[in-house]
Write a new protein. Structure first.
Lengths: 270, 291, 309
């Protein structure tokens, strides 16, 4: 199958290359330009942050990359190269499996991201059994290891628990475990700490950082919190009203901000 | 004298203006709702003008003209006793509306004071009343109404009493909830600070506030009441022959099902259209108020 | 858990008291008529003395509450009195006719589940499509239609026209398919709306989105994740709805000449056979409270949040 590939993209450890992406929300009577001509690159083993205020379109980008955007969201132009292949040129039936094999995503509300009527174990095993044809026992062992890998103690007990029994921080770790079961090359974290306490925030960020170092995962961190960015990000993209207004390394942005909006954000933070 | 008149006009104006916003919203709602509104108005108009519109006397028996087809004299033909079907349908609208308004009125008379009292007073009174309401809520309503009417003399009056006395409970509970919510609001505190008596607070302030949702509930309920009235009359426990009532017409038509099936269809359609119209209107009002 | 059951059973008592008291008082209000009716059965043209004799014999002269207390004592022991029309024990009659009503209600429940689940789920998953539009129209229409009218129409079509049921009477049917269909079509609207609303709400939830991102097939998402969450409140309502089906089958039974308890009750009301009516209402009230209790327990067991929380 000939999909659009780009050799250059496959080198330089670039796992995600978004080029000139434009996305509109088609509503009765109006067209909202949610994302306009966006360019973004995420590299293996690096944490790339996408910052913007609410309504800047950053979450929309995340959903579009994973192929789960809203029904009335239409991608009008651009390419999204994930692991070398433009997913926007793929036929629908191959799309989902390709994306889920190469990327994972965690969301803002960890408890809402888990099915309240299924145990942690059932949801984790579901993901495992989806990807590999192995026995339940083998899947169980993988599940245990995965829970340990996200620093969750006593996996045997945990597997039998329901999401409402766990704290927000634990749930978020579970979602990380589920999203990273087969070591995706890209992990998108859409406001992963916004709904959590400050102490728990640090733990989750630490977990993400660990994944980056240990597995070489590229992490796309979407947030509105500059403090979080300053802590662990390597590259930063600033987004406003669907446009990228500035981008660079963390040092560049924080020490020498060029765009007005960047300066406003930094000023607000201090 | 003139002062009182201008006062009343001013009050009516203010009242109307406050509801004008809602009426505006209703009219800008989807077509279905406006359609329901028009239909309900039409049905009410037919009911009011029944004696003028109906081509013949709905009660006049004419055995020589039994089971005739539609014609210029009898628009929809005649029933098994030679009575004009169209006239009976038209008068049936009046009967259904009158009976259902009576039941609705009686239900509201019972449930509003009880609900308001329970919600406003709170404490022991509230607990006691809620227990009573709970008992009524767990009754099989249709059965009870059936039994009550059955025990007493079958007839319209008893049907109205039976239905109202069994169906008031859900409304009392909702009204109590609304009263409790409204009680917390600031303007009630302001009224209390202004030394209003309890009665004044309840009727002037709380009731006026919760009147729109109550009206919406009532409109939505009329459809069910009309269906219940038809059911009771069908089994002979409601309106009695020869009253021109849709349920009775259906009951009469049972015997002639095989030869004259159209007798079954006309009253049924009349019921469906009327209930649908009120439901459309009720849904529309509910949406308008929720916004 | 048992404490909960005990509490609920405890609330049964005031309900039963209220129900039985009301029906008893109403019945006794026309006790003059009853004495006369009974006398007319015994003698052709009963004289005043004969009516009085029967009044005393049946104890109608005593104060109402005393009569009620007697009746209550008997009722608690399982004796609900004797029918005025055929002198058989009321309890026997209830036991005799109940199975047919139960059969009707169960079949109606089955049809109800099939119709409402299909329409509700499909119209939520394919929101905006022709199935969605049809189900909305159906919802609206089924709520506005008199159940007994649909019964008559179906009786006409399947009885008078197609000759599948006997129009004139007698339960020539082995299974009450058409009556059950009537009841289920008329009750279906509420459930379709509920299922559709719940499904739409669930399909917009975070865990559904997460499941899609995982790469789960749409079919699996609906069956494994969405359905379970959407159906819990529906099961609750269905259980209570079953109680309504049991209690509300009287008119349909009458139209289709299906000799169930509802039909018996209707006939007894017309004959002013008060003991039977009282016994019927009491029996139904107990049944409905028990059904509600059972539904609550079942839902408590299925939902892990209620079980453990």
């Amino acid at each position: 199958m000939q999909y659009k590939t780009d050799r250059r993209v496959q080198s330089e450890n670039v796992i995600l290359d978004i080029r000139n992406l434009s996305l509109d929300y088609i509503m009765p009577g109006q067209n909202i330009h949610a994302v306009v001509d966006l360019n973004l690159v995420a590299r293996m083993g690096k944490i790339t942050a996408l910052i913007g205020e609410s309504g800047s379109g950053k979450s929309t980008v995340a959903l579009a990359i994973m192929g789960i955007q809203n029904r009335n969201a239409v991608i009008s132009s651009g390419e999204i190269y994930l692991a070398g292949t433009d997913i926007l040129s793929m036929p629908k039936k191959d799309l989902r499996s390709y994306i889920s094999n190469h990327a994972g995503i965690i969301f803002q509300d960890p408890v809402d991201s888990l099915n309240p009527l299924l145990t942690v174990g059932e949801q984790l095993m579901e993901t495992i059994l989806m990807h590999e044809k192995i026995t339940k026992k083998q899947a169980c062992a993988i599940a245990f290891n995965q829970l340990l890998a996200v620093s969750l103690p006593q996996p045997e007990e945990l597997m039998k628990k329901y999401p409402f029994m766990l704290s927000g921080g634990m749930c978020q770790r579970v979602t990380i475990a589920i999203a990273s079961v087969f070591h995706p090359l890209l992990l998108i974290a859409d406001e992963p700490t916004t709904a959590l306490d400050v102490t728990v925030q640090a733990q989750i960020l630490h977990q993400l950082d660990l994944m980056r170092k240990r597995d070489g995962t590229a992490i796309l961190l979407i947030t509105h919190d500059l403090g979080v960015v300053a802590e662990i990000a390597d590259y930063v993209y600033i987004m406003k009203d669907g446009h990228i207004v500035e981008s660079g390394t963390v040092d560049d942005i924080f020490c020498d901000p060029q765009h007005i909006h960047t300066r406003q954000l930094l000023a607000g933070m201090l | 004298m003139m002062q009182v008149k201008t006062q009343t006009i001013k009050r009516l104006n203010a009242w109307f203006r406050s509801y004008n916003g809602i009426i505006n919203r209703i009219l800008t709602q989807q077509k279905a709702v406006v359609f329901g509104f028009v239909l309900v108005a039409l049905i009410i108009a037919i009911a009011i003008a029944a004696s003028v519109i109906a081509p013949n006397d709905p009660l006049k028996v004419n055995m020589s003209m039994r089971l005739e087809g539609p014609g210029s004299l009898y628009w929809l033909g005649t029933d098994n006793l030679g009575r004009c079907i169209a006239s009976r349908l038209i008068w049936g609208a009046r009967m259904s509306l009158i009976y259902s308004l009576c039941i609705l009125g009686l239900m509201m008379v019972i449930s509003i004071p009880i609900g308001l009292l329970s919600g406003y007073a709170g404490g022991r009174i509230d607990t006691f009343i809620m227990r009573v309401i709970d008992i009524f809520l767990s009754l099989p309503t249709f059965l009870m109404a059936l039994a009550i009417v059955g025990m007493l003399e079958p007839g319209v009056k008893n049907m109205i009493i039976a239905m109202a006395s069994v169906w008031w409970a859900p409304y009392a509970r909702i009204i109590r909830g609304m009263a409790m919510q409204t009680k917390q609001q600031d303007f009630i505190l302001a009224a209390k600070a202004a030394a209003c008596t309890h009665t004044q607070i309840i009727f002037r302030h709380i009731l006026r506030n919760i009147a729109p949702p109550i009206i919406v509930m009532a409109t939505l309920e009329i459809g069910s009441i009309i269906l219940a009235i038809a059911s009771f009359s069908f089994i002979g426990l409601g309106a009695q022959p020869p009253t021109p009532e849709w349920g009775i017409m259906l009951s009469d038509s049972k015997e002639f099902m095989q030869t004259q099936p159209q007798l079954m269809i006309y009253p049924g359609i009349a019921i469906i259209i009327t209930v649908m119209a009120f439901n459309l209107l009720g849904e529309g009002l509910k949406n308008a108020i929720q916004d | 858990m048992f404490k909960y059951i005990g509490e609920r059973l405890f609330t049964l008592i005031p309900v039963l008291l209220a129900v039985s008291l009301v029906t008893f008082i109403l019945g006794s209000m026309s006790s003059g008529d009853t004495a006369r009716t009974l006398a007319e059965k015994k003698y052709d043209r009963p004289t005043y003395e004969q009516i009085e004799e029967i009044r005393l014999e049946m104890g109608f002269d005593r104060p109402v509450l005393v009569q009620y207390a007697d009746w209550f004592k008997d009722a608690v022991r399982g004796n609900l009195g004797f029918s005025y029309s055929n002198n058989r024990p009321v309890v026997d009659q209830i036991i005799q006719y109940f199975p047919k009503t139960l059969q009707l209600a169960l079949l109606a429940l089955l049809f109800l589940i099939i119709i409402s689940f299909t329409l509700g789920i499909l119209s939520a998953v394919f929101s905006g499509s022709w199935i969605d539009k049809i189900s909305r129209v159906y919802c609206f229409w089924s709520v506005s239609m008199p159940e007994f009218w649909l019964g008559l129409i179906l009786l006409y079509i399947f009885g008078a026209r197609l000759g599948l049921i006997s129009v004139l009477g007698g339960s020539s049917m082995k299974f009450p398919i058409i009556p059950a269909l009537t009841m289920s079509i008329c009750s279906g609207g509420i459930y379709v709306r509920l299922i559709r609303t719940n499904m739409e709400e669930v399909l917009n939830k975070g865990y559904i989105r997460a499941a899609r991102a995982k790469g789960l097939s749409e079919y699996k998402i609906i069956t494994k994740h969405a359905l379970k969450n959407a159906m819990l409140p529906v099961i609750n309502k269905l259980g209570i709805g079953f109680g309504s089906l049991l209690a509300g089958s009287a008119i349909i039974e009458s139209i289709f000449s299906w000799n169930g308890l509802g039909n018996l009750a209707l006939e007894s009301v017309k004959l002013k056979d008060y003991p039977v009516v009282q016994g019927y209402v009491l029996f139904m009230a107990v049944l409905m409270v028990l059904i509600n209790l059972a539904v609550d327990i079942v839902c408590g067991v299925i939902d892990p949040r209620l079980k453990n929380g």
